[in-house]
Design a protein around this ligand. Structure first.
Ligand SMILES: C[S@@+](CC[C@H](N)C(=O)[O-])C[C@H]1O[C@@H](n2cnc3c(N)ncnc32)[C@H](O)[C@@H]1O
Length: 374
């Protein structure tokens, strides 16, 4: 997701210091974290660096964490969760690191203020992330708290729903910005159509959340947060510039997608229909189609999906001239059955499944070079 996160962060006006496969690093203030949590569509969480140091044992970790002036960061009536990742020979189980860090923070606050904050696991209050790789350790405030990928609108997930952040990344990678029709056959629980509507309305995804990690620290500036929220509300549009269509042959999927869209406040803007994907209504004005078919990763499923993938190719050719068609799949063998030459194949990970967003330019009339011969 880094390239799409990088794009979003740059568009918000920040310089990228470095980019990695699992995240990007920028120089920013605590108040900037409020803005990032509010606007970023592809970020999983926004971490604010508190300290970093060399560290060679669990005892050493305890000592170095106690040196941080936590009493100036965490109110002593808060609830604290610690999440850590450790790659160090002394660590057999990451739970020991969580416990050591929690003890160090709580002991420090008790010593300085006479009261200890509570520790919990629900990540609804203060969340500290610790990364300990060999001899070096980074300590962060997780300003998001709970995962930003859970936008809270998906009340009915159905099977194999895309994470909301991944769906947003796919849409951004497709180039869709809301000015052309967006068509999502096989919509399942509606994630792609809902994320497309939020993008088209320029609605900040963070407006859907109310609780964040950043609200629970002493750094939180409530006036600044209200100001940012108001600005975001003013920037969001009420109407779409072009239609969004979402279809699925399963009536239960459409019921769930409608409910989820309603929770996100965009149900009135999406044309839902129960139908086979080949009967999806396609507006005349060309636009973007994104299909996320099943990947057939279980035994015996792949064969039956071959016809589905080849029908997607036919559907693109016969019904979608002028559009850019995209298929998001974790099965490249099945993708070959589409029978068209992809203009781009953008890599993504869906959990640990390596996927591709395959994009096809579907020409009108005589320009047929894009279609593969059988
Ligand atoms: C992988 S799921 C899509 C998940 C979706 N992106 C989400 O986030 O919830 C694939 C969907 O395709 C639908 N589907 C499968 N074959 C179909 C067909 N021939 N016509 C229409 N929908 C179909 C299934 O009912 C399922 O909801």
């Amino acid at each position: 997701m880094s390239p799409w996160l990088e794009k979003e962060v740059s568009e918000l006006g920040f310089d990228i210091q470095s980019s990695h496969s699992t995240g990007i690093i920028i120089n920013a203030t605590y108040n900037d974290c409020l803005l990032l949590n509010l606007y970023l569509r592809t970020a999983f969480c926004v971490l604010y660096l508190i300290d970093e140091f060399s560290c060679d044992s669990l005892e050493n970790l305890y000592q170095l964490i106690t040196n941080i002036s936590w009493e100036t960061i965490i109110p002593n009536d808060e609830i604290l969760s610690v999440v850590s990742r450790a790659n160090h020979p002394s660590v057999k189980n990451v739970m020991f690191v969580n416990q050591k860090v929690k003890d160090a923070i709580v002991d420090r606050i008790k010593e300085k203020t006479g009261k200890r904050p509570n520790a919990g696991h629900n990540k609804k209050n203060v969340v500290i992330n610790v990364y300990w790789d060999k001899g070096y350790c980074w300590v962060y405030l997780n300003t998001s708290g709970q995962k930003l990928s859970n936008r809270t609108y998906r009340k009915i997930p159905l099977q194999a729903p895309l994470q909301e952040t991944l769906a947003a990344g796919i849409i951004i990678a497709s180039g869709y910005t809301g000015n052309v029709p967006f068509i999502n056959p096989m919509c399942g629980s509606g994630t792609l159509a809902i994320e497309a509507a939020l993008i088209a309305l320029n609605k900040a995804p963070g407006l859907l959340h109310s609780n964040y990690g950043f609200k629970h620290t002493k750094f939180f500036d409530s006036d600044q947060w209200q100001k940012l929220r108001k600005e975001a509300l003013l920037k969001s549009r009420k109407e779409l510039a072009a239609p969004i269509v979402a279809t699925d042959h399963n009536p239960e999927a459409i019921k769930a997608a409608k409910k989820n869209a309603q929770t996100a406040g965009v149900d009135h803007l999406i044309d839902f229909k129960v139908c086979n994907f080949i009967d999806t209504p396609i507006p005349d004005k060309p636009g973007t189609i994104i299909i996320n078919p099943e990947y057939g990763l279980r035994m015996g499923e792949e064969k039956s999906l071959e016809t589905v993938y080849s029908s997607i190719g036919n559907f693109f050719k016969t019904k979608c001239a002028g559009y850019t068609g995209h298929i998001f799949t974790g099965n490249l063998k099945l993708a070959k059955k589409v029978g068209l030459t992809a203009k781009t194949k953008i890599p993504f990970f869906n959990g640990d499944i390596e996927c591709r967003l395959l994009s096809y330019e579907i020409y009108r009339g005589t320009r047929r070079t894009t279609f593969k011969k059988d």
